[in-house]
Design a protein around this ligand. Structure first.
Ligand SMILES: *Cc1c(COP(=O)(O)O)cnc(C)c1O
Length: 376
């Protein structure tokens, strides 16, 4: 019965995911590996299903942010290399090694803990050095890189399988930000040269997130780490898109009730909206508990049967109200699209702009109460 689409849900348009991957492959030289970011439940799209999709498409490396995100993946039969993009809590290290994750490492202390655990479990572990060239979040300084590389090289239990860095402003079109990113790439390459000078193989080199991929050819190196662009959004809205990406997620909810109200009727919590004429109001079964932010109250539009209607009154925990006018032929059971890929529909950038945020927060904010259905 799970297959029957009903209630409030997300449609995950796999053909759009396939399209975005194809656009990405066409954009990159052939030899470059792709390591999709499927952290935060694949930005809300469902990590296990999305991981399987990527493996079917020939991808062999995935990345996540937390150790516990790997549990469902390994239990679900995902056996490929999984890059762990953050340092874990030291209490999770045994699980990290058990799950055979590939951690990024930015300190000797963390390396020592990883080595100790690897010995304990009679196994070996691939690690990637992360070098902080300007993000300021994780990573050793360029000067410390040598020391980390030597430690790993000397350890019979650890293998230096790669080196990486991360960009804070690769998606920006400002000149100073473009220069900043290029300087990061230079600094990263210098650190790598030092490793090579010691006759140590640095492994796979990678730096590019979606911003790097779209705006900085120099950042491609051996592998790229795309996230948001695969899910169909540019990381920055203030640029002319050169790549034709298609949003993958469509967030839908049914109309559950319709009534007529006279002019001058106020409604929903706080009575923040009042009808200026006689109209029909549709109740939709979605609210802030699903990830439809309360700050959208009286601001957003919702798409029903090919037309946009204003959402009116406060967004409640589980319901919202639409002013659908006297003329519309909307009936209960019709689906409203809160955001989606089709022309005319609001998309996640539109909601993000109303909320002064980015589409990442919109798609990964859709609650687990909302079922995901995968459509080809
Ligand atoms: C999330 C993340 C990415 C992907 O970023 P997008 O902007 O979604 O492409 C790449 N690298 C690291 C280290 C990340 O944390």
């Amino acid at each position: 019965m799970d297959k029957i689409i009903k209630g409030t849900h997300c449609l995950i348009h796999l053909q759009n995911l396939r399209h975005n991957l194809k656009i990405l492959k066409e954009h990159l030289p052939k030899r470059i590996k792709i390591c999709p970011a499927i952290k935060a439940d694949a930005y809300g799209h469902g990590a296990l299903r999305v991981a399987r999709f990527f493996l079917e498409e020939g991808i062999s490396f995935l990345s996540i942010a937390r150790v516990n995100e790997a549990i469902q993946l390994r239990q679900g039969g995902i056996e490929c290399s999984i890059l762990l993009l953050g340092h874990c809590d030291y209490r999770e290290i045994s699980q990290l090694v058990e799950l055979s994750l590939t951690p990024v490492v930015g300190s000797i202390a963390y390396l020592k803990l990883l080595e100790e655990e690897t010995i304990k479990q009679h196994t070996k572990l691939d690690v990637h050095i992360i070098i902080d060239t300007g993000m300021g979040r994780l990573g050793c300084s360029p000067e410390e890189t040598e020391e980390l590389a030597i430690f790993i090289d000397k350890s019979p239990y650890l293998k230096l399988a790669g080196c990486c860095t991360h960009f804070p402003v690769s998606d920006s079109s400002k000149k100073e930000h473009k220069d900043f990113t290029e300087r990061q790439i230079e600094s990263f390459k210098k650190s790598i040269d030092q490793i090579k000078k010691m006759n140590i193989d640095p492994g796979l080199l990678h730096s590019a997130n979606s911003g790097g991929i779209i705006f900085h050819e120099n950042s491609f190196l051996d592998m790229v780490r795309p996230g948001i662009m695969l899910y169909g959004y540019y990381p920055e809205i203030k640029v002319n898109p050169t790549l034709d990406l298609k949003p993958v997620m469509e967030f839908r909810s049914p109309v559950t009730y319709i009534k007529e109200i006279p002019k001058g009727t106020a409604l929903s919590y706080g009575l923040t909206w009042e009808s200026s004429k006689q109209t029909k109001i549709a109740t939709i079964s979605v609210g802030y508990a699903d990830g439809y932010n309360r700050n959208l109250s009286n601001k957003s539009n919702v798409w029903i049967n090919g037309k946009a209607y204003p959402q009116v009154g406060r967004v409640c925990m589980d319901q919202i109200l639409m002013d659908i006018g006297m003329e519309s032929s909307i009936e209960t059971g019709d689906y409203a699209t809160l955001f989606g890929p089709e022309k005319g529909q609001p998309d996640a950038w539109e909601l993000a702009t109303l909320l002064n945020t980015i589409p990442y927060e919109i798609t990964c904010g859709i609650n687990h109460r909302v079922k995901r259905f995968y459509v080809e």
